[in-house]
Design a protein around this ligand. Structure first.
Ligand code: SF4
Ligand code: SF4
Length: 71
């Protein structure tokens, strides 16, 4: 139960409507959280996100929202 709670705390959010499928988030994420499918980014494994903020910083259309630097 405790573990599930911690997993749900991850703040990563992807706005698929904004995404242009450039693939930068896939390249910069150190934990392989993203993959490109049919021209759009998909979150493969949200729970492995460590909230480093790299994807959000590098996304050219600000499609990714993550609270980095907390905790
Ligand atoms: S915040 Fe870091 S670990 Fe999380 S999805 Fe973005 S690049 Fe990957
Ligand atoms: S960096 Fe942004 S626009 Fe590029 S694939 Fe990832 S979410 Fe989409």
């Amino acid at each position: 139960m405790g573990l599930k709670y911690l997993q749900d705390v991850v703040t990563l959010k992807l706005n698929v409507d904004k995404c242009i499928g450039c693939g930068l988030c896939v390249q910069v994420c150190p934990h392989n959280v993203f993959a490109i499918k049919e021209g759009k980014a998909n979150i493969l494994d949200k729970n492995s996100c460590m909230e480093c903020g790299a994807c959000s910083k590098n996304c050219p259309v600000s499609a990714i929202d993550v609270k980095s630097g907390v905790g």
